[in-house]
Each structure stands twice: as structure tokens, then as C-alpha cells.
Design a protein around this ligand. Structure first.
Ligand SMILES: *Cc1c(COP(=O)(O)O)cnc(C)c1O
Length: 395
């Protein structure tokens, strides 16, 4: 073995010993109703981000095929070279309209959108204040920007206020997930907006898990909180979750979007997404916002799961979103619970540090409009059969 590999092998063994080793499972087939085939077995998927059940929708698939017929498979270059097609452009106009913003700008992924926003808007003289449970991409984005970064206690506007009071000579930003990806709770957006405007700070919201899902019209956590573009100058959301395709966008004013086009390195120096994906996403948006029954069904399923889990005395978070974690504490119990569910035909991943804080390993259950009520009942029955004890009873 090469010396370099020997060092890595030791580190990998250490991860394994601490039950933090991660591995992938190979999906061999996707079936209807949130079912997947793995190792020759059919499992009910309770851990995807396909909240509206659109990732397998045939109408969207047809739009993608038509997009390939029209555009071929690749974008051929970055947006600023030859990659920006009428399909991308029309999608950006749709996204601006849906979010009630002046403009929207497509990015290849949400991770890249977040890196790009802070590369373009923040620098050494600036201050970025972040919720401690923000998505990893927002934390990485702040660090890479070179700005001073301060984290505040989860969902605590007073703590954000205190961090902002440390002052800056440049711009300041308050950054939060709209719906927290691992806890499922919605950020206190109204109060964060008040705190931000008091300090002249920009409120930046990443609504990756809210767009398409939250609010009766599904436009996300900002419209539910009644916040406009002037309250939240930078809105980020992704298209690979509820919308069922791939990609991400930033929505905001003309000046914000033009600045991103000039300066966001993850926008400038990367190939545009395939135009067929943009065609599919346009179709998906139409379906996601028109078919309100998908959000109605989610509300029903969420209530049903919470009622069942509460009856079993499981430790849950204060979530009304399709993200419904069961807190188990240490990585070992979370892995064992995930394995036990797997044996019973349910796919629910164990989420462990560093994705979540130490001592808060969990099963991250997610619901989808592709689930039926009896799917949720079967999951609750499976949880009842298991010895699932929460972190407070870990002794
Ligand atoms: C998933 C996610 C991202 C990353 O989006 P991708 O398009 O998957 O790269 C960014 N922010 C949040 C809050 C997310 O949940």
C-alpha cells in the first residue's frame, strides 16, 4: 500500500469505529408510489426530497424528452458563452413570476448558488451572521467569501441581533434556511426581517425545502411570512427537491441579479445545465403550483405521522413540514433503527454528525405526496415494533 493510502485507511477505520462511516446504496429501479428497488427488494422510500412526488411524473419526463429533441443533450458552454438558451431564459422568467421577484438567475445546483451569492456580494470588510443549523453550503459559502462569520443560536432572532451588534464597516447579512433541512422547522422570518432592517443588514433566505411546499400556494416560506423582495433581497431555492428536476435559482432585484452575472464565480465558470432540464422544470413548475392536492395530501400525511409518533412517545422536532425527524441521540442507535426499518421494507436514512450536531443523530423521515395514508400507518407500525428510544432516555 502506498504511504498516502495508509494514512487515509487509518482515518477511514477511525470513522468506522465511531459509527460515522457513510456508504451508498445502489437503487436498481424506481417504482410508482415512492417505491424503489434495492438489492432485489422493494422498499418504501421515506427519505427522499421528492416532496410533491414529481420526480417520476410522466408529463415532466415527456417535456424533458421533447427538450432533448429540440436542444440535444448538452448546453455546450457556460451561460456567458454559448450555453444560455431560450429554454433557460423562459424558465428564469417563470421563476421570477412565481416568486414575485424582479428577476431570477439559474444555477446548476443549490450548493453552487450559495457559493456564488456570497462570492459576488460579500468580502473581507463584510459581516455574515448565520443560524448555526444552516445548510452546509451556506456555511461553506460564508467562509469562502472571506467575510467575518458569526453564528447564532438556532431560530433565535435576539441572538442574531446580538451578533449584528458587533458591527462592520461594510455590508452585513443575516442568512437562514427557510425550512431547516434536518429539523423541518420554519425560520422565524418575520422577526429576522425586523432585526435585519434595524441593522441595515440584508436578509438572505435559502428556501430549498420550502419552495413548492410551504404556504397554501406553495410558493414558499417567504410568501407565507408575507415578506417581499425589499424585506428579503436574496432568495435562493432549489429545483431538485419538491420540483422534481435539477438545479437552483436566485431571485431578487435587477441590480442583485446583474451583480451575480458579473461576479458569481460558480455561475461564470461552469457549464449551463442541459436545456432539456430547463424545459422539464418549466413543466414541473406548472404542475407543482396548479395541483394543490399535492400540498393538501402532505398536510394530511404530516398530521397522521405526527399523531402516530407522538402516541409512541418518540422525540420529534417542532416541524409542520414534510421533514419529520425522530431524534435518537448517538449514531449507533440511529444506525440500528435505520437498519431495522430497512429489514421491514422502509428506507429511512440515519443522519449523523457532522450533518447534525453531536448528540442529535436521528432518523430523518420525509413525506411525499406520492405516499398513501396507509403507507404512513405501516411506517408507524414498524416504528412501534422497534426499540426506539430518544436521546433523553439514553441513560
Ligand atoms: C439541498 C440543499 C442545498 C443544495 O442544493 P443542491 O441543488 O442539491 O446542490 C442548498 N441549501 C439547502 C438548504 C438544501 O437543503
Amino acid at each position: 500500500m502506498r504511504a498516502s493510502d495508509a494514512g487515509l485507511t487509518t482515518e477511514l477505520a477511525d470513522l468506522e469505529a465511531r459509527q460515522l462511516y457513510r456508504s451508498r446504496r445502489v437503487v436498481s429501479r424506481r417504482e410508482a408510489g415512492a417505491r424503489v428497488e434495492l438489492d432485489g427488494r422493494t422498499l418504501l422510500n421515506f427519505c427522499s426530497n421528492d416532496y410533491l412526488g414529481l420526480a417520476g411524473d410522466q408529463r415532466i419526463g415527456e417535456a424533458m424528452k421533447a427538450g432533448v429533441d429540440r436542444w440535444g443533450t448538452g448546453a455546450t458552454a457556460a451561460h456567458l458563452v454559448t450555453g444560455h438558451t431560450a429554454a433557460h431564459h423562459a424558465l428564469e422568467e417563470d421563476l421570477a413570476r412565481v416568486t414575485g421577484r424582479d428577476r431570477a438567475l439559474l444555477f446548476s445546483t443549490g450548493y453552487m448558488a450559495n457559493l456564488g451569492v456570497f462570492a459576488a456580494l460579500a468580502g473581507r470588510r463584510d459581516l455574515i451572521v448565520e443560524d448555526r443549523l444552516n445548510h452546509a453550503s451556506l456555511l461553506d459559502a460564508a467562509r469562502l467569501s472571506g467575510a467575518r462569520v458569526r453564528r447564532f443560536r438556532h431560530a433565535d432572532p435576539a441572538a442574531a441581533d446580538a451578533r449584528l451588534s458587533t458591527g462592520t464597516h461594510g455590508r452585513s447579512f443575516v442568512v437562514t434556511d427557510g425550512v431547516f433541512s434536518m429539523d423541518g422547522d420554519v425560520a422565524p422570518l418575520g422577526e429576522l426581517s425586523t432585526v435585519s432592517s434595524r441593522h441595515g443588514a440584508w436578509l438572505v433566505v435559502d428556501d430549498a425545502h420550502g419552495f413548492g411546499v410551504i404556504g397554501s400556494d406553495g410558493t414558499g416560506s417567504l410568501s407565507q411570512a408575507g415578506l417581499s423582495q425589499s424585506d428579503v433581497p436574496v432568495l435562493i431555492a432549489t429545483l431538485g427537491k419538491a420540483i422534481g428536476t435539477f438545479g437552483a435559482f436566485v431571485a431578487g432585484s435587477e441590480a442583485v441579479i446583474e451583480t451575480l452575472i458579473q461576479r458569481a464565480r460558480t455561475y461564470i465558470y461552469t457549464t449551463a445545465p442541459p436545456p432539456a432540464v430547463a424545459e422539464a422544470t418549466r413543466r414541473a413548475l406548472g404542475i407543482a403550483f396548479a395541483e394543490t392536492w399535492r400540498r393538501d395530501r402532505l398536510v394530511t400525511l404530516i398530521k397522521r405521522l405526527r399523531r402516530g409518533a407522538e402516541r409512541l412517545g418518540l422525540a420529534m422536532t417542532d416541524s409542520r413540514s414534510p421533514i419529520q425527524p425522530i431524534l435518537l441521540g448517538e449514531p449507533g442507535p440511529a444506525l440500528r433503527a435505520s437498519e431495522a426499518l430497512f429489514e421491514k421494507g422502509f428506507w429511512v436514512t440515519a443522519i449523523r454528525p457532522p450533518t447534525v450536531p453531536e448528540g442529535s443523530a436521528r432518523l430523518r423521515i420525509t413525506l411525499s405526496a406520492a405516499h398513501e395514508e396507509h403507507d404512513v400507518d405501516r411506517l408507524v407500525d414498524a416504528l412501534a415494533d422497534m426499540d426506539v428510544t430518544g436521546p433523553q432516555s439514553d441513560g
